[in-house]
Design a protein. Sequence first.
Length: 271
Amino acid sequence: MTEALVGFAPRALSLLRVMTGLLIIQHGMAKTIGFPVVPSNANIQLFSMIGASGFVELICGALLILGLWTRPAALIIAVDLAFFLITRYLPKSFHPLIAGSTLTILYLLSCLYLSSAGAGTWSVDASRSSGAAMDKFNSTLAGFEPTALSIYRIFTGLLLFQYGLAKIYKIPVLPAFLNISPLVTVAGVLELVGGALLILGLFTRPVAFILSGQMAFAYFIGHMFEGGLAAPALIPLLNGGNAAILFCFACFHLACAGGGPWALDATRGKR
């Protein structure tokens, strides 16, 4: 199984890129053309800071989907997200669950990772020459990919671990997790233990594979079909499932790519 996952890693990277682009472009569409209709975006002015961010998400999200100029597009989105993280969320709280910044951080991490890892095999970039200047730019960023993979794994683990803490130990205390069902309790245990193992980089591939499956299950049960099988909510921006989807594909990529050099798995492999 491990060999199959390792062999699928370039395509898993492409899946992560495409899904990140799809999730980001929906934010851009909602802010610029009003589809899907999101009440919080009702009064956005196109030439405001949020409106400009919408155009960045729309254009660069499309480039990510295509895998065209992937590294610069991902870097531009990352800078945009970092600005909003610093100006909008950090003044509320440094804790992502309290500030509501978990999804923004996950987008930021994914785009920073894609800016170094590139587009993967299923992309326009893989089938065209970018020119000498762009090739040099890409090769410079690509040199950071092993380190970026480890950072991506650690922070993905931290974001999952916080959910486990909140669900199991009520740290921090959140109304949504005060009286949880047995199913959510199991999810919390997986996030707590699995998140900790991802942070350490221990048993990265099997742990990430399990967490990827859990997040897929959480999306379909807790978001897409929350209202029942007869009334599926198909748009992640409206059903609140953006984070679950991105966690799913991030963990699946980690299951294929491994934990990177900053991991206990790497240390154990050298013995």
